[in-house]
Design a protein around this ligand. Structure first.
Ligand code: WTA
Length: 661
């Protein structure tokens, strides 16, 4: 296959080297069909046959007509202390409940049920640090480590109803701490290690956490990220934290406040840290974790997920989409501090009994082939990453991956933003050797697991997340709720509840209803993305409709960046927009009105960028700050970011009839 070949002229199916076929459809998009070997061996094919269907379409149609049967099939593959009386309770919609009455614990399924089988000897987690240090955990060892820390937490009085905030780098202690909380029935709230003081303080406050688990520091490009120092500043801004447990990771000097700060290794050496800790049976609807995500206001939303439905949804999606087999080495290159890491580094790999790989450092450190060398050395068979990472590594050229044997790979995946076809093809050809189907998975923090995604047997179109997953019914609709025609842009909605869905927003159930369910069309989950369906029913995600910006795949709210800006003494008002960027997808451009007595200068621009970096974290640092005398506003005083964006892009500003005159 050649990238420059004009697909529009190519109407014949051609065999690729692996026996898969690639065809032109609609005279424009080529369809990448999986090889018969991939289809024959896929987990989804086995399920399709088990249910007596001969095509995936038939299986899908059945699954959305009988979602409760489909999801209970999946749930029955997991262990439950007590069975459910009802699969779905929709009597208080949109506060849906799944597997009502069941007793379970996700740790029972992620660890306990494996350690009584041969899997106790299987590697659960392989970790490599940026300096090449490696640590491995069998399911047996993982169980011991999780139990030991669970006993420590228990001895501190942590129990069901508590929320432990975790602020750790990408090290094994992160999944271990998450699992330890879940094991004793407490909830965790992980704050991404790239976030900073104000972001951490806000999240600790909202969750009212008494315990914070952090580390002395993290490592990125051989430099120390001062996590403990940031945590100290954050703790000074909130009265909530009583105990701070610190992992010694970088070994550099940090301040430990006596009576509050304790080293994790000291606690683990106490007799209380026994390796035996019974897993607490919890209600299927009990909270497993809170994960904060950005929305349209400055206050991040604490998305609530529960044990029962979430374990079923993440388990089923990883099994069918990434086709997990016992022999696989699965690498989700996200950070556990985001939903991708929660669902697909920590929970679902262990739920499926897989071997999960985790790497702490930068993708191009010390050289741009670091990832490719990791794949070769660890024999990774499935790689799941983000378009921004692919674009970033693509810039360095083919010579870097071609030095390494990537033949262990059999499947690839992407998530976080639409992938441009050029990056898709590079990933397919250079990394996947034209043999590995690419699973472009669309989902959100709120959805808990994949929603629109291929399976290995789906013919692929570069740039499209293809079709909804089994049991998931989505649509593209007009503002009034009526379905859009093919190729018409509209709002993406989900028409039926699904088990891994968020249950509410912590401390703000009303906001849950108004953000996701109250808008037209009533009774459907409003995603916040615009999309279109093509003639074949394939979905193409266009982008966010709200003030959420995806920078390098990280979800940021303009409002949070703006509130960081106005916390600086020079700033009176601020507005931020996302502008397209070749590698990062989007970058932040902020517009600032200064207070009396301040004047815009390159020095002040740098100072403000640094201020946002300090308060929110380096990822939220604006790329550019413009000093302006006024901002376009509606008559009711709302900033019209749409107008700023159109102006910045040199586009027509559109309808500005509501603009303040
Ligand atoms: C975007 C990440 C296109 C989308 C798991 C969504 C995508 C938001 C894709 C959620 C994809 C995620 N193609 N867009 N495959 N995956 N998005 O909560 O705008 O960090 O609404 O969850 O990312 O971001 P979040």
């Amino acid at each position: 296959m050649s990238e420059t070949r004009n697909a529009a002229l190519d109407n014949t199916a051609t065999m690729d080297s692996s026996g898969g076929t690639e065809q032109a459809t609609n005279g424009l998009q080529r369809l990448y069909k999986p090889s018969s070997e991939v289809v024959e061996n896929a987990n989804v094919t086995a399920y399709m046959r088990q249910k007596g269907f001969s095509t995936y379409e038939e299986l899908y149609d059945w699954s959305i007509k009988n979602p409760q049967e489909f999801w209970s099939d999946q749930a029955n593959e997991l262990g439950w202390y007590e069975p459910w009386q009802q699969v779905l309770d929709d009597s208080q919609a949109p506060f849906y409940k799944w597997f009502v009455g069941a007793k379970t614990n996700i740790v029972h399924n992620a660890i306990d049920r494996h350690v009584t089988t041969w899997r106790r000897n299987k590697l659960a987690l392989i970790w490599e640090g940026e300096d090449g240090t490696q640590r491995t955990y069998s399911y047996h060892t993982l169980n011991r480590e999780v139990s030991r820390f669970a006993n420590v937490l228990k001895s501190m009085g942590v129990k069901k109803g508590d929320i432990v905030t975790i602020y750790l780098p990408r090290i094994p202690e992160l999944p271990i701490t998450m699992l330890a909380c879940a094991k004793i029935g407490a909830a965790h709230s992980v704050v991404y290690g790239g976030f900073s003081v104000e972001a951490l303080a806000d999240r600790v406050d909202d969750a009212n956490s008494k315990v914070l688990v952090t580390a002395d520091g993290g490592v990125m490009r051989s430099k120390v990220v001062e996590l403990k120092k940031i945590a100290d500043e954050a703790m000074a801004r909130t009265p909530s934290i009583q105990t701070c447990i610190v992992v010694k990771h970088t070994g550099h000097e940090v301040t430990m406040e006596s009576g509050r700060d304790l080293w994790m290794h000291d606690l683990l050496s106490l007799p209380i840290a026994s390796a035996v800790c019974p897993t607490e049976p919890v209600d299927a609807e009990d909270t497993l974790f809170i994960l904060y995500t950005s929305g349209t206001t400055g206050r991040p939303k604490g998305v609530v997920h529960t044990h029962g439905g979430y374990q079923v949804g993440t388990y089923a999606t990883l099994k069918f989409v990434f086709d997990i087999k016992e022999e696989d080495r699965w690498w989700c290159a996200a950070d556990p501090g985001w939903i991708t890491g929660h669902s697909y580094i920590v929970y679902s790999p262990f739920l499926t009994g897989a071997t999960s790989f985790m790497y702490e450092g930068a993708p191009n450190y010390p050289y741009p082939d670091r990832w490719w060398s990791l794949i070769a050395r660890h024999g990774i068979s499935i790689l799941y990453t983000a378009p921004t990472a692919i674009r970033g590594l693509m810039r360095f050229g083919e010579a870097w991956p071609s030095r390494h044997d990537l033949s262990t790979l059999r499947l690839l995946g992407t998530v976080g933003e639409p992938i441009n076809p050029e990056a898709w093809r590079w990933y397919y050809r250079i990394i996947g050797g034209e043999r590995c189907p690419i699973m472009d998975t669309w989902w959100q923090t709120e959805t808990g697991h994949f929603m629109i995604t291929p399976t290995p047997i789906t013919p692929l179109k570069p740039g499209s997340a293809t079709r909804p997953f089994l049991g998931i019914e989505v649509d593209v609709v007009h503002e009034d709720g009526s379905s859009c025609a093919a190729n018409e842009d509209g709002l993406l909605v989900v028409r039926q509840p699904w088990p891994g869905m968020m249950r509410t927003i912590l401390n703000d159930p009303e906001r849950y209803v108004t953000t996701y369910w109250d808008k037209e069309p009533a009774g459907m989950y409003t995603v916040g993305d615009s999309a279109r369906k093509d003639d074949d029913g394939y979905l193409w995600i266009i982008g966010r409709l709200d003030d959420v910006i995806k920078v390098s795949g990280y979800r940021l709210g303009t409002a949070e960046v703006e509130s960081a800006l106005v916390s600086h003494s020079a700033v009176a008002e601020a507005a931020s927009i996302g502008l397209p960027h070749e590698v990062k997808g989007n970058v932040i451009h902020s517009f600032v009105i200064l207070r009396e007595g301040f004047e815009g200068s390159p020095q002040l621009e740098e100072e403000l960028k640094g201020h946002v970096g300090h308060e929110m974290g380096p990822i939220a640092r604006p790329e550019k700050i413009s000093f302006v005398p006024s901002l376009p506003k509606t008559r009711s005083g709302k900033i019209m970011r749409r107008v700023l964006k159109a102006q910045a892009l040199g586009q027509d500003v559109g309808d500005v009839s509501t603009l303040e005159s």
